[in-house]
Design a protein around this ligand. Sequence first.
Ligand code: ATP
Ligand code: MG
Length: 165
Amino acid sequence: MHTAIWGTTRTGKSSLAKEMARVYQSMGIKVLVHDPVFDSTWPADFKTDNFELFLEVYWESEGCMCFFDEAYKSCFHKNDAAIATATMGRHRGHINHYIAHRPTMIDVTIREQCTKMFLFRIGKKDAKLVAEDWSEDVLLRCNEFKQGQYFEVEKMGEVHERRLF
Ligand SMILES: Nc1ncnc2c1ncn2[C@@H]1O[C@H](COP(=O)(O)OP(=O)(O)OP(=O)(O)O)[C@@H](O)[C@H]1O
Ligand SMILES: [Mg+2]
């Protein structure tokens, strides 16, 4: 249902997410963004660095593509308000995209609700965890990826290796 975007710093996560947001908007789908470091270049119908305000708009809206950038600031372990977006957001017709440097920075319930993943370079230990969670040994190779290189993976689906730049 939801999407995870993992990768160490400067790998291209936000660039890919912004490209996806642009495509969604061109399809007439509304985009909501929470970005704690507030990057003004996000293509979005609503964007904020304030998580409480983001959640207000999130729960008032329907059928949006929602991006949680630097999600370790909002979707950390046991943050119930964030967990609700993963477990209940679908009832509002939302699809969420959780973006973080390391999967372990994000609450496990949120991670388990992600059925799609864009995996840039991450450390060996994290790559092992992701490979196990997604039952795909090939994902271990993300540890050697260059900037802009990533796997696109669907739960119980195929793994595609791609390049953003
Ligand atoms: N099309 C491109 N061609 C070449 N380099 C690019 C391109 N797009 C992005 N980059 C480079 O990649 C860098 C990182 O991009 P981005 O901000 O998407 O990374 P990130 O994974 O979100 O990093 P962070 O975790 O620090 O937020 C950019 O600063 C830029 O130098
Ligand atoms: Mg970023």
